[in-house]
Design a protein around this ligand. Sequence first.
Ligand SMILES: [Zn+2]
Length: 427
Amino acid sequence: MSAISFEILKQDGETQARLGLIRTRHGEIETPYLVPVATLASVRALGSDDLVRLGVQCSLANTYHLHLQPGDELIAQLGGLHRFMDFHRPIFTDSGGFQAFSLGFAREHNVSKIGNIFPQEVQSSPSRDGEESEDKEKRFGYRERRKKEPVLKKKENLTRISDEGISFKSPSDGAWHFLNPERSMKIQSNLGSDIIMAFDECTSPLSDYDYTKKAMNRSQVWAEESLRHHDRSQALYGIIQGGWFEDLRRESTEDIASQPFEGIAIGGSLGNSKQDMHQVLDWTLPRLDEERPRHLLGIGDIDDLLECVARGIDTFDCVAPTRIARRGSLLLSPESGGCRENKFRLNIKSSQFKADSRPIDPHCRCPTCQGISRAYLRHLYVSRELSYFRLATIHNLYFMLRFMEEVRESIREGTFLRLRRKWLGGI
Ligand SMILES: [Zn+2]
């Protein structure tokens, strides 16, 4: 018996975008959807009651981090993740395999965890210094990070990977932890999430062909082991690997699609640019059947969401909307000046907002924008007041929920391409 069911309610006539519904034992998820990330069983700065009030449909928690702290066995004793968080809607968990990248290559190769799925782009965006940047700051209150040095210093690789599994050295206490498919499935079973991921090795964009192939072969064996060991009350997604090498992606897609996973996730390195990512999806998605939901791991910028939905992705997860909020970047709709160039953001740190009595986004209906001014938020940010984190997170989260709702409405009404034009212009 299946742990979830998936139904396509409408297929867009002009693109591969699809409106869908995932049914789980904890409720339904309308897709396309960006799943808010609750790494340590919490969307940072918010409570589970906030999530429900904002209309969050589901959430994604992190297997590796919860295994370390507070421990999956403790969470099982306390009734599982839903009861632990007091969040009774569907929960996804990842498999822990992503930490092979974030604690391994990401540190060793000096590539940071999130934006650096595209490291070259981050480091070499043309003409983002000097006058143009000043100009952007004036126009949008947003200054691009100077491209000089990568963000992270080269650090120790905290993983040891073999065909048997992955050993992780905890960055906090230095203790070693070992994960393999069986253990990852056991931890996810203890957590009691609704949708779980097969254990895999996530490679770096800097991994070469031979290494990526080796890791992919290993992940394929682990995918089968995950299928053997997983808790049947949970829906297991297989993860397609293969980096940005066409033949590897094709092989991994055929392998994962041929197995009885309840959903398919696309993981691993997606290349060095957004174009590479589109290419990876074009190698992958047309080879998948229509019946199973498709998840793209770790992607969540507005332009990426639109491009990937157009190619047939149903769900995404990404820490970016809430993380950037904490760092001062607040999302802006096209009606309020948001565009591709300013990444639909304003930077609340900018002195131009010192006496700005307008809300973050005058067209936003989130609780924060109903009475809080940019000036007040800037003051809270500069003063490092804790309330800033909550108010800013509420805005960015609400903004993305509303954006995805708009995407779903547009597929329902047959106006998806018009919506894409409104946000991205051109085409
Ligand atoms: Zn708002």
